[in-house]
Design a protein around this ligand. Structure first.
Ligand SMILES: [Zn+2]
Length: 296
């Protein structure tokens, strides 16, 4: 059966064979334990790529894949990892060549494409939701803030670092930039802002009426609305999906209220936001779907 291979590198590596926008068989992962964090930190790129090849061989798919897609964090352009703050060992590496050479030893002339991990999440959600014929954007709310776009398009798309405030005191973004969306919404940034409260406590205290937390929860929603409104003004209206562990804090009604204040031009009104589960499987499917659509 014709199939593509999807590969995602985030906290761990997952690989899967994909056919007809669905997984064939099961995912393979390294490490198998989900509880081990930072397990890929500092492991040389060549070793991780060999680990990926081993995992793909374990899938036991007889036929050669039509294409291979790999999603990973960082700025990835033309097959080169220009920057990857969480996987520094990949910075400057021509990932497309490295992966092509590694798979060349087991498959004949594999067609390999490299994507940002947020973009493969967008492709995966588009695939499982039957949205492959339209523009889909995805916010991933976690330690940082990911922004993915489907269809995949060349560019940087670091919308998690959108400037959403001119207040020079807003400086909690992991990149060091002032006024960034991630500096307000990111899990790490929330912990830096509230040294005495965990993010769960911030949102529960807000519900209980604590004014400092109430103000912050409004700011948190307003920041996402601002970055979403900017994306609408640049790229047009359409569907926004919100996923990631901290999507549980999101009040869609409040987000829509702020969006309504920020987007006024009538041709741009056809937008909507929805919370969806993401996860490794969806991203792995997306990596394969994006690869199957890549030309060259
Ligand atoms: Zn930033």
């Amino acid at each position: 059966m014709a199939h593509d291979i999807g590969i995602v590198i985030t906290d761990r590596i997952t690989v899967g064979a994909v056919s007809g926008n669905a997984l064939v068989g099961s995912l393979r992962a390294y490490p198998e334990e989900t509880s081990i964090s930072n397990s890929l930190y500092g492991v040389p790129a060549e070793h991780l790529v060999q680990r990926i090849v081993d995992l793909v061989q374990q899938l036991g798919i007889g036929e050669d894949p039509s294409s291979i897609g790999l999603g990973m964090p960082g700025i990835v352009r033309n097959g080169v990892v220009e920057d990857s703050p969480n996987l520094v060992q990949f910075k400057g590496i021509h990932m497309q060549n490295l992966v092509t050479d590694a798979f060349g030893r087991i498959f004949g002339n594999p067609r390999v494409s490299i994507f940002n991990d947020a973009d493969v999440m967008a492709a995966g959600i588009a695939a499982i939701r039957g949205h492959l014929d339209r523009l889909v954007r995805v916010w991933t709310l976690g330690t940082g803030i990911g922004f993915g776009r489907y269809p995949s398009r060349d560019g940087v798309w670091e919308a998690g670092h959108s400037v959403v405030t001119l207040d020079p005191k807003e400086q909690f973004c992991g990149c060091g930039g002032k006024g960034h969306l991630e500096g307000i919404m990111g899990h790490r940034a929330m912990r830096l802002r509230f040294m005495d409260l965990e993010p769960d406590e911030i949102f529960s205290e807000a519900e209980a009426g604590d004014s400092r937390c109430v103000d912050f929860v409004k700011l948190w929603h307003r920041a996402l609305a601002a970055a979403t409104a900017t994306s609408i003004h640049l790229d047009g209206p359409g569907k926004f999906f919100i996923t990631g562990t901290n999507a549980r804090f999101l009040n869609l009604g409040l987000l829509n209220e702020y969006l309504h204040e920020m987007v006024k031009l009538s041709p741009l009104q056809g937008y909507s936001a929805e919370i969806v589960p993401g996860g490794e499987m969806v991203a792995t499917i997306g990596a394969a779907v994006n690869a199957s659509q890549a030309t060259g």
